[in-house]
Design a protein around this ligand. Structure first.
Ligand code: ARG
Ligand code: ZN
Ligand code: CA
Length: 271
């Protein structure tokens, strides 16, 4: 691939009229797009905080995002779809016991959400109030990996973790939830490999150190696990779980995976 890939984005704001803060403003949406265009081009000012040992791994992924200017029917649009819902929040419903009909309701107008735009031409971002994780915390966002059904393709972000203005709330007011979820949408796995401390599975990226578990909050450097000393976990990577102001890099290896996705499963977005 030559040059920068520009991905058209549609933002579906699914809100309950009784809870006005769910109907986030245009400015908050544009603040999120601005963060994405810094983070995916390594133009984020905090990239300077990457520890010197990993500075040469910092990657410009050569991906940019533009809010759509043409809708699926060829008509002009501002790329923002506002839909009223009777639901107060949306549940991820990821556990095996949850019926498929209750999953991804924010992505279906029949279920009180908003239908996807064609996912071969747009990145769909749904913004709503999400419910809790299986663990009991509030879910910040979730993504669909490449290769899944088009009707549910895209990322979902809870409104208080979206963008940097309006209803965005610390410590997730840096727009990095969308950076992380779009990383998944471009085929990146969690940097610790989701193996619950076993050190046996990794993220299928060679230049990110093998890591035991997710890091949270604002860790101190170095944090060693899985015999990855002396430098330890690359917890400042967007694909860990730290606070927004503690994550600031993708690596060259991650850029290769995202690029392979854009030349493979998601190639239709590049035309
Ligand atoms: N899916 C993850 C969650 O809901 C997103 C974590 C994003 N991390 C962040 N600092 N914004 O927990
Ligand atoms: Zn994740
Ligand atoms: Ca790795």
């Amino acid at each position: 691939r030559r040059g920068v890939a520009t991905i058209p984005v549609v933002v579906h704001v699914v809100h309950n009229p009784e809870i006005p803060e769910q109907n986030i403003g245009d400015e908050q949406i544009h603040s999120q797009i601005a963060v994405l265009n810094r983070d995916f081009r390594a133009k984020n000012p905090d990239v300077s905080k990457v520890p010197p040992v990993w500075r040469s791994l910092v990657a410009d992924s050569m991906v940019e995002f533009r809010i759509a200017t043409v809708d699926p029917f060829g008509e002009p649009t501002d790329g923002i779809v506002r839909v009223e819902t009777h639901r107060r929040k949306f549940e991820i419903c990821a556990s095996p016991g949850c019926p498929a009909s209750e999953r991804d309701q924010v992505k279906s107008s029949a279920a009180g959400g908003a239908d996807a735009w064609p996912s071969d031409r747009y990145l769909n971002i749904w913004v709503c109030q999400l419910g809790s994780t299986p663990g009991g915390g509030t879910l910040l966002g979730y993504a669909q990996f490449p290769g899944g059904p088009p009707q549910t393709d895209g990322v979902v972000i809870t409104h208080s973790c979206f963008g940097t203005t309006g209803t965005a709330q610390a410590p997730f007011d840096g727009g990095r939830t969308a950076t992380h979820e779009i990383g998944h949408w471009l085929d990146l796995f969690h940097i610790w490999g989701d193996d619950d401390g076993a050190c046996s599975n990794d993220d299928k990226v060679a230049d990110t150190p093998n890591q035991a578990n997710a890091n949270v909050g604002k860790p101190g450097f170095p944090h060693v696990s899985c015999r990855n000393g002396p430098n330890g976990d690359m917890f400042m990577n967007y694909m860990d779980y730290v606070d927004d102001d503690a994550m600031f890099m993708f690596t060259q290896g991650q850029r290769e995976r995202m690029n392979a996705c854009l030349e493979g499963a998601r190639a239709s977005l590049l035309v």
